[in-house]
Design a protein around this ligand. Sequence first.
Ligand SMILES: [Zn+2]
Length: 137
Amino acid sequence: MIPECPTCGLPLLYAPDVAPHERHERRKDHCPKCGPLPTSERLARDLEAVDCGILAAAARLGEFDDFKSESATPIGDLVRRLEVVAGVHPRGAELLKIAEAARAGRYDATEAEAQAWARSREGREALASLAPGPGRE
Ligand SMILES: [Zn+2]
């Protein structure tokens, strides 16, 4: 099955910065029109590729996303959940590889996602509450 962009349906390509020798490891996750897939979608697809539908569904809902999760430590949560599930999953060794990649930063939010969050209402409110302003210490 050729992976398609969930937004526009175009076939996905390798990201421009993926070196040829890395192409066996990293799947195609870059849309020629929309750019890189959202980090949460990329993680969900990596989890589906090793038959871990439960964590893939959680990933798609943003549970392990730096900006969409309610948790302060979404990547740490992901690593712990993967380590628990790996113990009882037929493809546990592959789940542990995803945990390792998560620790190495593969599922950290991208710069573009950070900027989009900073522009959102939630992000603007959160940043305003951190910045010193009139009447604040
Ligand atoms: Zn697209």
